[in-house]
Design a protein around this ligand. Structure first.
Ligand SMILES: NC(=O)c1ccc[n+]([C@@H]2O[C@H](COP(=O)([O-])OP(=O)(O)OC[C@H]3O[C@@H](n4cnc5c(N)ncnc54)[C@H](OP(=O)(O)O)[C@@H]3O)[C@@H](O)[C@H]2O)c1
Length: 220
């Protein structure tokens, strides 16, 4: 018997999701599912990563089945599909933790922070899903390039915000399992600042011809 929690990464077939999934799987601390709208795509990405990791660690499932099977769902879809994706999964997510990684960027000006009139993506997720789902906003400031190189340590902190202390503790543990320091950054209203920081980091990368700008909190 094992009490490992199961993480499902919704839209885990893109840029941001697979590196997170692979890091959690590699840690040995979680069962990890790659979710997709298409079963075959999820299975293919899981198989590719299992080959890279040298072990059958990841499973691919359709998003709905992935959410059914998980304790903690992690959302990694582009902002324009955020609400529709959550609407479709709302019932299945009740009683679980949703980790929202979404950044509401406004192309083409992705280096300018954009807070939608409805509020930060994390706040939207909490109000759309209701109190039965504990939404935690995290990992928005960690680029896919960092995450997908699973052997490389990530010298960036993860700001974790949400309204439920225990859920935040779970997500801080997930940050540690993925090789980063997670820091409780307050209630879900603070998601706007954290999501906005991603645009700032993208701009810094552009101006410095870099790929890996990140943040570290000092003094604690
Ligand atoms: N990329 C980064 O470096 C980075 C860094 C920090 C935060 N983020 C945030 O993480 C999220 C994902 O970014 P990404 O770069 O991974 O995005 P992405 O690669 O463009 O897309 C991720 C996944 O979203 C799913 N998707 C595409 N169209 C969809 C639709 N109409 N409805 C539902 N799902 C759809 C796809 O999965 P299926 O086709 O398999 O369903 C796709 O693989 C974004 O909100 C982004 O702001 C990204």
């Amino acid at each position: 018997m094992t009490d490992k929690k199961t993480i499902a990464v919704i839209g885990g077939t893109g840029h941001e999701g697979p590196g997170l999934a692979a890091r959690w799987a590699k840690s040995g601390q979680y069962r990890v599912i790659i979710g997709s709208r298409k079963l075959e795509k999820a299975q293919q990405v899981a198989a590719e990563w299992n080959e890279k990791l040298g072990a059958e660690l990841l499973t691919g499932m359709q998003n709905e089945d992935a959410v059914r099977a998980c304790d903690i769902a992690v959302l990694t879809v582009p902002y324009k599909f955020h609400s529709d994706t959550l609407d479709g999964l709302k019932d299945l997510l009740q009683g679980k933790i949703l980790v929202d990684v979404t950044v509401p960027l406004k192309p083409p000006k992705v280096s300018i922070a954009h807070i939608p009139p409805e509020g930060a993506a994390g706040e939207q997720a909490q109000s759309l899903l209701g109190d039965g789902v504990r939404v935690v906003s995290a990992f928005q400031n960690i680029g896919a390039g960092h995450l997908s190189d699973v052997e490389h340590p990530i010298d960036c902190d993860v700001l974790v915000c949400g309204n439920d202390k225990d859920a935040k503790k779970d997500v801080i543990a997930m940050a540690a399992a993925a090789g980063m320091r997670g820091i409780d950054a307050g209630p879900i209203q603070n998601a706007a600042v954290i999501e906005g920081l991603t645009a700032v980091l993208i701009g810094i990368n552009i101006r410095h011809k870099a790929k890996a700008a990140g943040i570290k909190i000092t003094g604690i």
